[in-house]
Design a protein. Structure first.
Length: 166
């Protein structure tokens, strides 16, 4: 798993899907959400999963923030390792960037609860991204007719110009 390090990457992920849990906030940006004209400008990740961690100063001083960040990193590492070891499909979607925002309760919660929060957030995000990609892939079967303002002008249908009725 690669790391997100640039501020622009964190900001792009913040525009995507979000799941709030007691210990963390999980944000995700699936690369298929990018319009085709922007896709050429963005770096190709070839199915890579990138993840970034952040803990705001509201959580506490540097010691507290680092402890929260270390606990979240370990939860992510174990979740990824458990998926790889058991041969199951990874909880992390390919071509997706994730940002894990630590919250103060991650410091006092048991590690098992943090792992459950992370797994639940990943499941919800996966469902949201799945719905979104299915919607992007569909095209409307009966496209709505294009109604320009001149098509619906009742005066034009009667042969009257809008300036004639003044």
């Amino acid at each position: 798993m690669d790391r997100l390090k640039k501020r622009s990457d964190f900001l792009r992920v913040a525009r995507g899907h979000k799941q709030v849990r007691r210990a963390l906030v999980l944000q995700a940006w699936h690369h298929q959400m990018v319009p085709p004209e922007q896709a050429a400008r963005e770096t190709s990740t070839d199915g890579a999963i990138r993840i970034g961690f952040t803990v705001t100063k509201k959580v506490g001083n540097a010691v507290v923030r680092n402890r929260v960040r270390r606990r979240l990193k370990e939860a992510v590492r174990l979740l990824e390792a458990s998926g790889n070891a058991s041969g199951q499909k990874s909880a992390f979607l390919p071509n997706t960037d994730y940002v894990v925002v630590g919250r103060l309760s991650a410091l006092t919660m048991s590690f098992a609860e943090i792992q459950r929060d992370l797994a639940a957030a990943l499941d919800k995000i996966g469902a949201q991204i799945g719905r979104r990609t299915r919607q992007l892939g569909k095209k409307p079967e009966n496209p709505a007719p294009d109604h320009s303002p001149t098509d619906q002008n009742p005066l034009k249908e009667q042969g009257i110009k809008p300036t004639d009725n003044v």
